[in-house]
Design a protein around this ligand. Sequence first.
Ligand code: AMP
Length: 423
Amino acid sequence: MEYSRIKGTNDIIPPESLLWKGVIAAIHEVFSSFGYSFEISPILEPFELFVRSIGEGTDIVNKEMFIFESKSGKKIALKPEETAVLMRSIIENNIVGDSFARKYYYITPIFRYERPQKGRYREFYQYGVEAVNTQSVMRDAEIIEAGRKIIDRFGIKNVSLEINSIGCRECRKPYRDELALYFRSNTEKLCDDCRRKSETNPMRILDCKNEGCIAVSSGAPVISDYLCSGCKKDFEDMQFLLKEKSIEFRINPRIVRGLDYYSKTVFEFVEQGGVLGSQSTLIGGGRYDYLAEEMGGRNMPSVGFAGGLERLLLSIPEDVRKQIIKKEGIDAVCVYFDRETLSFSERIAAELRKDGKKIEICYESDKIKKQMKYASSLGAAYAVICGGDELKRGVVTVKNLETQEQSEISSSASKILEAINRS
Ligand code: AMP
């Protein structure tokens, strides 16, 4: 074939797309249940927005952005994350002018020029929340609870929550200095990238997955020894809140998150069962108290997280996947024999659709065998057989396509619904 998809992108087609549909619907439900409002922002954004917010010297800005020049010569990026975009939108639309929190969630395509592998793509989807203009540590705990709900909702086991505090500007400075000293004295054991980071941003070395760097990092000073009393209290409060919500966690001093704008609480949900291989972080998030100001807006302390939708989907156990796909699939195919029974079929289909059922009719053939084959190929749960004899007697035959059991019932919509709602 002449064309194929761009490396690192995916075609999401049935039945996989049905899984996506069900999971996306559940994400909407969970986030909405916590009072977060859905937002949609552009995919095209000014390149400089990300340089300013994510930070020069980060992998995203240095290596991973898809950038192009518009006809007018403006440098445009396909968004590599949502937080900065949302903040841009809030500042530009002058949304916050009081002391109340604004709570948003999103499900959006994200673009990063990374080496593709299982769970890592160049075009992928992130779902996430942002609680903006709030200093309350209750919001930190709230979004963690929402993240946990999403993971639990799909029966994903073996996902640990790892938390840390990276402090505020004040306590981070002496820590960074100590860390820089430590890494500089171990510079020969670090990878080339981390050697550079030891000069520019030593905290990022703690994020490095290189074995040599991990070994050096394990002996590095930890931020908890440097937290100021305010940050210490917030971190303790958050742990108390998580315990109160019965959310298990582990303090992991190695979690610092890759981006410049994080402060205080940082956390990750990590899949521990080996399903995702090396790409095991399902959700990453934290506070970004200074981002709004750094972008030229008012002081709006905020907290949020982003999760990778593909990774979430890859982690869902097989039986749950099947259930979701079944639920999202066609409920029934109405089967007919000739022109007259086609009208009968159409009437039944219209009634069932009124109730939200997903109903298909095979217009391409009036052969019953073909229609039944079509129903199976769609993964339909039932066939509602609307024959001439049935029409005369005011009944239909409902056939369960999984068990092959069938029974004759009244052709009233309520009776058919009762029959096809059974499983
Ligand atoms: P980040 O914005 O880097 O903190 O990423 C948040 C989440 O997005 C990660 O925990 C992953 O689940 C997901 N993610 C990040 N990069 C990719 C990628 N290249 N492909 C698929 N998912 C990704």
